[in-house]
Write a protein that binds this ligand. Structure first.
Ligand code: NI
Length: 280
């Protein structure tokens, strides 16, 4: 039986987005405050996922062995360093979070049959890398508050209560939203998308219009579509697909938490569409 195990580790490091072939003004224009001397730091959280068969002891791999490999190959080498200088890979391609995930994969791949490297820059921004050339994913987490009522307009209040329970009454949620995009890491800047522009698109197209609204009344789309978490996620995915494509990436997934207990995911990439079309 094949099984995937995950090991988490942490390190602190600094970095600077600075390309020597560009002058001061060009670096500033391209990378904003991230270009500032002498750089800035993060407390990174790394999650290494590997697959394997269970051995006679009931393990894929002894976790302490896995911990040791990650410590030797990554943590001891990167912790309390200036990333741009520490590994030659980062002189070639800037140590963005998505590029760090890629490089860590390649450093560990000869020791472990990896499935995924996940690297958190902070709890609301992380990269996923799955060994696929220069392709990686980046996820931004954000939130908004809105009220809604789950009810079909053609049904009576009692009938809606039958279907949706208490949710047929007006009430609100603090929604947590995760937007994942996928794309090719630029071989020089290390970026798969302009993060500032992505944040700007999410703010402008999703947060600004939806935050502190009564969805059923204030958002025309939900005049006829019941604003369940699933429909809200679908709506957000539709709003973001084209603008993210214009930024040179693809919307991969929208995950919406209505409460800590209730969440849903919409997979947006062409491969998932293809599966849907094929009825898989
Ligand atoms: Ni609700």
């Amino acid at each position: 039986m094949n099984c995937i195990i995950h090991r988490r580790a942490q390190f602190s490091a600094s970095r600077r987005y600075w390309l020597p072939e560009l002058d001061e003004a060009e670096n500033q224009q391209r990378f904003g405050p991230c270009s500032r001397f002498p750089g800035h730091g993060h407390n990174y959280v790394l999650v290494v996922s590997r697959a394997g068969e269970l051995d006679r002891y009931g393990m894929v791999q002894n976790f302490s062995g896995l911990k040791q490999i990650i410590k030797t190959e990554v943590i001891r080498q990167l912790d309390y360093t200036y990333l741009n200088d520490v590994w030659p890979e980062f002189r070639q391609t800037l140590p963005t979070t998505e590029n760090m995930a890629r490089v860590i994969w390649h450093r560990l791949a000869s020791h472990l049959p990896l499935v995924q490297i996940q690297l958190f820059e902070h709890p609301e921004l992380w990269a996923d890398y799955r060994g696929n050339g220069m392709e990686a994913s980046l996820t931004l987490k954000t939130h908004f508050s809105a009220a809604h009522r789950l009810a079909l307009p053609e049904l009576s209040y009692e009938e809606n209560c039958e279907i949706y329970g208490k949710c047929a009454r007006s009430h609100g949620h603090n929604y947590h939203l995760e937007v994942s995009v996928t794309g090719e890491i630029d071989s020089r800047t290390g970026m798969l998308v302009d993060l500032g522009a992505l944040q700007g698109a999410i703010n402008e197209l999703v947060l600004e219009p939806l935050d502190h609204t009564f969805l059923n009344k204030d958002i025309a789309y939900f005049g006829t579509v019941v604003p369940t978490a699933e429909n809200i996620a679908l709506y957000i995915a539709r709003l973001l697909t084209e603008p993210i494509r214009e930024l040179g990436a693809e919307l991969e997934k929208v995950k919406l938490f209505e409460t800590p207990n209730n969440s849903c995911e919409i997979y947006c990439c062409s491969s998932s569409h293809k599966q849907e079309d094929e009825g898989i």
